[in-house]
Design a protein. Structure first.
Length: 209
């Protein structure tokens, strides 16, 4: 069974409170999502493989550690996942970027795919799939379904706020995909919004209420 890793660093929790606040405007909201994404990916990449390299300091030659290979890919789930992308790339700028586009049908609440473009060498990469919200889990589950058809080495799912229902659904469908989140909230309401949540992440990022 996959793990759900709750990242409770004080800086992340402080900024997440500001993100939740309904009075936080789009500009500040985007900046905060960007910052939290950078802080989260620090933890997500803790197990990256290292190799010894020889370098020369101003004093002498020495062996030191560097990340082995260029083996990461970042896949935001459109459109809200784009709000996390720059923050992740700030920390790992050499990662390749793919995109998965899905929307939730307002009647059935099920995901509908409209776009999927991944790096051509996806089979050689570990992928980090990013999206601010994990509500019903339908969109994330479908996104991972599509991505797995391209046979990446590994997938991790990085979420700002998750509902228990969404975590359960993803774990049931994809027991090999670890979930990293900054908060596990109480539940979903009758409209499948996370409670207490932060509202619609896409609308708040881009001012499209």
């Amino acid at each position: 069974m996959s793990e759900t890793i709750l990242i409770e660093h004080p800086l992340i929790q402080h900024k997440l409170t500001m993100i939740r606040n309904k009075d936080t405007g789009p500009k500040e909201f985007r900046e905060l999502v960007d910052e939290v994404s950078t802080l989260m990916v620090y933890e997500v990449t803790r197990d990256l493989p290292l190799e010894d390299v020889e370098i020369e300091t101003p004093i002498c030659k020495t062996k030191s550690k560097m990340i082995r290979g260029k083996n990461l890919g970042i896949v935001p789930i459109l459109r809200a996942g784009l709000g996390m992308l720059d923050g992740v790339l700030d920390l790992i700028p050499t990662a390749k970027v793919g995109h998965v586009g899905l929307y939730r049908d307002p009647e059935t609440l099920e995901p509908v795919e409209y776009y999927c473009k991944l790096p051509t060498d996806v089979t050689e990469r570990d992928l980090i799939v990013i999206d601010p919200m994990l509500a019903t889990g339908g969109t994330a589950t479908a996104a991972v379904d599509y991505i797995k058809k391209r046979n990446p080495r590994n997938i991790k799912l990085v979420i700002l706020i998750a509902a228990p229902e969404g975590i359960e659904r993803v774990q049931k469908a994809h027991p090999d995909v670890d979930i990293y989140t900054a908060a596990i909230d109480e539940k979903l309401n009758d409209h499948a919004y996370i409670v207490p949540g932060l509202g619609d992440a896409g609308d708040r990022l881009y001012g499209t209420k």
